[in-house]
Design a protein around this ligand. Structure first.
Ligand code: AAT
Length: 292
């Protein structure tokens, strides 16, 4: 067939599907955790699919990776120690590395196969691993965070798959509690939070858990990502109690960071205006989320 339909067999299936024309299947395999597929599409470049769900494409990965990273790192004065949960493709590492203030970048990805496949088929993302500040841990992030020292990180970025399969526990309260423990006072979490058009109940559940756990504030933001379900993705931005964090106005603007503006490392999607705009919510979303 010339198209692959994603999302049809999964829990998240909402009665609609997005199709991409396949030029060529580049890789098909199975790890202990999930089915891994890479294909070349006609209009979005190479596409990574895990368990039938599109995770990223060459064309629109910039929107998601830049937003999930810089919404957090530009909201605190001088991020130093950062942790990525999931994100085996390396795209979020590439974004964090643009911040000159950062001293260490830990990444905990469960699936070595995702890492290997991205090395071969997504070189523009895999480049993130080449930064000497990066330390890779292959394993379950739930376990990793349980063993993580208290107060180690300025920011934690959860770039994980939908809450089915290996990412199931990553939307539950104990996981958020271990994240809060691992953050410094005033440290921040940026967590992907699905589509405001399709997954209101999951977003409400995550919001109410996070409001209990993160006393420094919890906000919802969103951006356009055409190949994710309904064409948008949300982000939960949370702060641990401590020095106050104002997510709505970036105190560490990307335009002033040298490492983000030279040698072809410029942003394709993120800027300070879109950072502020991302927190402006449509009326129906405000109504649905404010109750929580
Ligand atoms: N950068 C955008 C791509 C992703 S991939 C999400 C990654 O999270 C996958 O590589 C998966 O193996 C990893 N992962 C899932 N569960 C765990 C876990 N428990 N511990 C560590 N890593 C995990 C995100 C796409 C978002 C899709 C939105 N619909």
């Amino acid at each position: 067939t010339s198209t692959i339909q994603c999302g049809l067999s999964c829990f998240f299936y909402t009665g609609e599907a997005h199709s991409l024309k396949v030029e060529k299947i580049l890789y098909q395999g199975k790890s202990p955790y999930q089915e891994v597929l890479v294909f070349e599409s006609s209009t979005y470049g190479n596409v990574l699919v895990l368990d039938g769900i599109v995770q990223l494409t060459d064309k629109d990965e910039c929107a998601y990776q830049e937003m999930v990273t810089h919404l957090a790192l530009c909201s605190i004065p001088s991020p130093k120690n950062v942790l990525v949960v999931g994100g085996g493709d390396g795209g979020v590492l590439r974004e964090i590395a643009k911040h000159d203030s950062v001293e260490s970048i830990d990444i905990c990805e469960i699936d070595q196969l995702v890492i290997d496949v991205c090395k071969d088929f997504f070189p523009r993302l895999y480049v993130g691993y080449k930064d000497p500040r990066v330390k890779l841990h292959v394993g379950d992030a739930v376990e990793f965070l349980r063993n993580s020292p208290e107060g180690k990180y300025d920011a934690i970025i959860v770039d994980s798959s939908d809450p089915i399969g290996p990412a199931q526990e990553l939307v539950e309260k104990p996981f958020f509690q271990t994240i809060a423990r691992a953050l410094k006072p005033g440290g921040v979490l940026s967590n992907l939070a699905e589509s405001m058009w399709l997954h209101t109940h999951l977003i409400q559940d995550m919001l109410s858990i996070c409001r209990e756990v993160f006393k420094g504030g919890v906000h919802y933001a969103w951006a356009s990502v055409p190949t994710y379900p309904s064409g948008v993705i949300g982000f939960l931005l949370c702060a641990k109690e401590g020095p106050p964090v104002d997510f709505l106005t970036p105190v560490n603007p990307i335009e002033k960071i040298e490492g983000a503006t030279k040698d072809g490392r410029e942003m394709r999607f993120y800027n300070s205006e879109i950072h502020k705009a991302a927190f402006i919510l449509p009326t129906f979303v405000k109504r649905e989320l404010e109750a929580y």
